[in-house]
Design a protein around this ligand. Structure first.
Ligand code: TYD
Length: 205
């Protein structure tokens, strides 16, 4: 059986990736591809509990605790959901993955890049997304979009300077992984973004 492909969507809060996640899944399904949509942190019962623990905490966890919990949730997600799906020929479309840990816990919160790198090698040596779409917007635009939400999570409450660092870290990942990570200008309107997405996907599958 052909192995499924692994697609991840990334971007700072308010970049719009979550709104496009289901559109991506529909696009692939309409072409006869079996698709599993999932997210991080989360995607398994334990992962969703870890998500609530990290994102919902009133008291901020130490940044390294956050990074470790992200990778703990990821380990479970890989074992129970991602790898089995790929092995059954199902494509996995995941809202965030390890690039987010580089961007948020290293770029945003200042953990050494090489510590994330060590965790990545531990948790998923030899496995990377086949395609990552990075929804890129300025922190000011991201902020305007999340401001419409009533209940902000732990990261959405951060300041603009934090998201500037998160964005730079994402772009650094994109430069270092230019074949895998496609940067999409998400500053544009929904239709323009869909056109760009279609462009990226049609060249990919
Ligand atoms: P997000 O994906 O924006 O979901 P929603 O659209 O439901 O708000 O929320 C997930 C948050 O988790 C986001 O602020 C980034 C953060 N995060 C990390 O800090 N590190 C990680 O490794 C992952 C996967 C997410």
């Amino acid at each position: 059986m052909m192995r499924g492909r692994f697609i991840t969507l990334e971007g700072i809060d308010g970049a719009g990736k979550s709104s496009h996640l289901h559109w991506v899944a529909r696009y692939l399904r309409s072409r006869g591809i079996r698709v599993k949509v999932t997210r991080e942190p989360g995607g398994t019962p334990a992962g969703e509990r870890l998500r609530r623990l990290v994102l919902g905490s009133r008291h901020r966890l130490h940044a390294e605790t956050e990074a470790l919990l992200m990778f703990a949730a990821r380990r479970e997600h890989l074992a129970k959901v991602i790898v089995p799906a790929l092995e059954h020929g199902v494509w996995v479309v995941c809202d965030r993955f390890t690039d987010a840990t580089y961007a948020y816990q290293s770029g945003g919160s200042g953990i050494a890049w090489k510590k994330i790198d060590a965790l990545e090698r531990w948790v998923h040596p030899g496995l990377q997304p086949d395609l990552t779409i990075l929804f890129d917007v300025s922190p000011a635009v991201g902020r305007r979009r999340t401001a419409r939400k009533r209940k902000l999570d732990r990261f959405e409450r951060e300041q603009e300077a934090y998201f500037k660092r998160v964005r730079s870290a994402y772009l650094r990942r994109a430069r270092a992984n230019a074949r895998r990570i496609r940067v999409l200008d998400a500053q544009e309107g929904l239709n323009q973004v869909k056109k760009e997405l279609e462009n990226i996907l049609s060249r990919f599958y």
